[in-house]
Design a protein around this ligand. Sequence first.
Ligand code: 9MR
Length: 539
Amino acid sequence: MSQVGYLPNSSKLAIVSSPVATHFEIKRKIDHAVRYEGMLEKAKKWPLSHESNLFHANFGDFTEQDEFYLEIEGIPSMSFTIGNSVYVEPHRAAIKSFYFNRSGTSLAPAHAGKWARPVGHLDEEVSVHSSATTTSLDSYAVLASKKGWYDAGDYGKYTVNSAIATYTLLAAYEHNPQYYDKLITNIPETKNDLPDLLDEVRWNLDWLATMQRYDGAAFHKLTTLEWPGKVMPHEDVEQRFVIGVSTSASLDLAATLAVASRVYQEHEPELAKQWLVQAEKAWEWAQQNPDTPYIQPNDVKSGEYGDSTFDDEFFWATAELYIATENPRYLDYLSNSHIEFTVPGWADVETLGLISLLTHGKDLLPSLLYEKWKQALLSLADAISNQITTSPYRIPMEEADFVWGSNSVLLNKAMVLLTARRFTNNNKGYLDIVHQSIAYIFGTNPTGFSFVTGIGNRTPMSPHHRISESDSVEAPIPGMLVGGPHSGHQDKCSYPYPMPADSYIDNWCSFSTNEVAINWNAPLVYVLGELNALLDKRK
Ligand code: 9MR
């Protein structure tokens, strides 16, 4: 069951294994009155999980709002809530987790409670690694590259991953500004004029803007040479470096700063202008250097975010720059592109550009092109929708989706469905799949875990997250989505259930299933925010 509960008008499915009974009852917690009854239905076997005897208790048409429990003979009863605000706190916590992962600042008890901590990684004097030097910028140079969010369980700051995470949060804002204008997350900037989500994202944009070399290229990442120890930020005092430059980082920086220039235009016009200049400079650099992959130097151990195809980054950056400038040279490029649109991920970003073009481009694009791209988004959404029949959980997840960070694959699919919903009358179909996907994330999955720290009654307690592991607080930082099941087992931990959808353990050891990352949390924010905002509009 979903451990956070269900929206009244959403699909609702409990999945139970090997019941002796044939029917189920839903009882109200306060007086044990039976409020709903139904027959259990045999669910198909999922080849990606060991569970073989699964049954559905489908109560989608039960819309009463209260606290309930599901009762099935021979199985411990399961409590749940139905209410319009079940996603409000999870959503706020998912945003707040970015604050908890800020680099270069102390967190005060007033904002961080028991997770208050001293400042670490000021990054006022970062070295330039030999992989990023030029004749004008040698390895004796030091740069300031302050602020930003830690990428994940490590303390690195990576341009490529930061870009998609930042875009996704800005898209959340752009698609529902009225909703986010009111949303308070209790951060140091809460009292200023900017909405809290934009304050949070600004923390990372200020850093991202420093990741541009004087010639326009973007540094690929900022990390230590080795992985940091299992220590708090202020205890990790190894020298940090900007490392490598790449076509992907440069175009991702271009795209993200172009998006930022339109979102912050009204609040910060000067900054918006500067970001746009930087974005065009990064795009120019990529034109001159269209095939510069990041190659991990021998003395560097931190994450790679390596990529070798850049058509998608070109499409994304060009789309955002066209929206920002309306310069026909960008439109020429887009009109001649034959790119295929896929589920977004850090290495596949063309669909982010598509979403922006459809959201902002109606009056900027020739109508034929606009229609063609609209159809492309709907085709992608329909292809995703067709995948739900493969699993008893009715989620669009196939074997190839169980990669490192599988939970984010599902949420990025949900984000595609929610954006497609805006351009079609298919309201119910896409939404049902999104609700099922959220229920999977919050516990309706073969592991029985809600995959978000602190949200639910069985949640990750030992995520691969250095702060949570090395502070003295038992509970991890709340609101963080773990990567989720997959059978790569790169960490060589011991997995009792090795099949792809079962392969998850709640252990620090498991960096391939139990790490957290900003690009995984961002679509969680997007999806919960969109569902909350839809309800808000109906009030
Ligand atoms: O999310 C990344 C995943 O797609 C890759 O398969 C994996 C191995 O290269 O790396 C993941 O990203 C990690 C990054 O390299 C360093 N910070 C932690 C990230 C999450 O595990």
